[in-house]
Ligand binder design. Sequence first.
Ligand SMILES: C[S@@+](CC[C@H](N)C(=O)[O-])C[C@H]1O[C@@H](n2cnc3c(N)ncnc32)[C@H](O)[C@@H]1O
Length: 258
Amino acid sequence: MSGSVLDRVLNGIGDYVSRRSRHDDRRMRFFMLPRDISLFVKSARTDARIARISRAAGPKSAFESVYRESNDPWASASPRYRYQGLKYDRLVALLPERRFTNVLDLGCGLGLLSQKLAGRADHVLGMDIAESAVERARVRAAAFPNLRFEAGDILNLPPTLLGKFDLIVVADVLYYLSPLNDAVLQSVIQRIAGLLSPGGVCLLANHFFFSADPESKVSRGIHRAFSRSLSLSVLSEHRRAFFLATLFSERALPISAA
Ligand SMILES: C[S@@+](CC[C@H](N)C(=O)[O-])C[C@H]1O[C@@H](n2cnc3c(N)ncnc32)[C@H](O)[C@@H]1O
């Protein structure tokens, strides 16, 4: 089958999947090429390796290892695959139409999404648990004067960041937290909400394939926990091929009378 015929067939399957999705934007186009399927295989291998090393040596060593073993463990910068780049564009398109002052990209990896955010903001800070990712992100972003990167763990962020950001993006990060129980999620949500300035927004995105597979269930659980939080209000929810994205705004809690 020629590439273009195969692409048309896959586009057709994608349109069918999107029609079946309850919350889908009906104008959504399927945006994978056949070769993007190998991207998911590569990512699954990376994730399996992270889980294995994490059990023995903890998450920081696991992420450092995969970044040392591969220049681009999730092929987020590879021109071979177009899924990741288009996903970043789609995520940025979900943001409110305004310019942001201070943006935080939590779990930024190589900083590809941070670079896209740099076009919408005065200052962008990318943070990642893996120092090797941060070093590589800095090199890649040398031409972006408003973009900087620091090493940091979502579970242990410096108090100097509290209340600083009018936009926080957390894309494909939280399902790596282990254990990912309700207490951990609630504490992460409180931390993220605490980093937002009044009226600030948070864009949460996680991969989502079909309702029944275990990974998609984890993603749905994360989004549900955020949606139920008293510290955040849901502005909009999106299901796309192949991710969930929810936009939240900071909700100032009333100070209870003594
Ligand atoms: C799948 S990559 C996603 C990278 C980026 N957000 C993107 O969309 O291209 C997951 C990233 O999360 C980072 N990460 C995992 N756990 C983290 C934590 N506890 N704190 C900060 N970063 C973390 C990893 O090092 C890795 O770079």
